[in-house]
Design a protein around this ligand. Structure first.
Ligand SMILES: NC(=O)N[C@@H](O)C(=O)O
Ligand code: NI
Length: 174
């Protein structure tokens, strides 16, 4: 049995760029980018515009808005599988204010533990997995957490799964 322990990195736009977008106003260093800022509503409201895009695959696809109520993951946690959505992006926006984990992998067909990348997301950070990005199903922490999820609805299978060899002992232990 070979063991692999995953440790999280802070979630930043730059580190997450190969996998998707980080949807936030203030980053983990406290910086607020003005790049997407548009003042609207007569100056009452700041619109941080187009921080990410919903990716679809066909004109018949629709983008849908969901809420996922996730049970907290108990640690240490074994990682047995990853999934990806070949026909659309998928974004998660925490509604409960809790930090959560984001586990993604390099874009290869045969995943090994070396392809995995674990991030710790703050409760103020959303993420948008780009189309076909390997990721683990939602990883809530500490308490039952709600996430606003925007993803693709349409024809055809939009969830491909990869299961690691059981001889690999891949764990997250915070
Ligand atoms: N299955 C489902 O809708 N959820 C997963 O895609 C997930 O990333 O949590
Ligand atoms: Ni998913």
């Amino acid at each position: 049995m070979t063991s692999y322990k995953l440790t999280p990195k802070p979630l930043t736009k730059e580190a997450f760029a190969p996998f998707g977008d980080v949807v936030e106003i203030e980053d983990q260093t406290g910086n607020i980018s003005q790049d997407n800022l548009i003042m609207i509503n007569g100056g009452n409201t700041e619109r941080y515009d187009s921080l990410a895009k919903v990716q679809l695959s066909s004109p018949e696809d629709t983008a849908v808005i969901n809420i996922f109520r996730a049970q907290p993951r108990s640690m240490p946690m074994n990682i047995e599988m990853m999934e990806r959505h070949p026909r659309g992006s998928q974004s998660f926006h925490p509604l409960s204010g809790e930090d959560y984990l984001v586990l993604v992998a390099d874009s290869v067909e045969a995943l090994t533990p070396e392809h995995l990348h674990l991030f710790l997301a703050k409760g103020t950070q959303g993420i948008n997995y780009h189309l076909n990005t390997w990721h683990h199903p939602v990883l809530g922490l500490n308490k039952v957490c709600d996430f606003l999820v925007v993803d693709r609805k349409g024809e055809g299978n939009n969830c491909e799964e990869f299961f690691f060899d059981k001889a690999l002992n891949i764990t997250i232990d915070l």
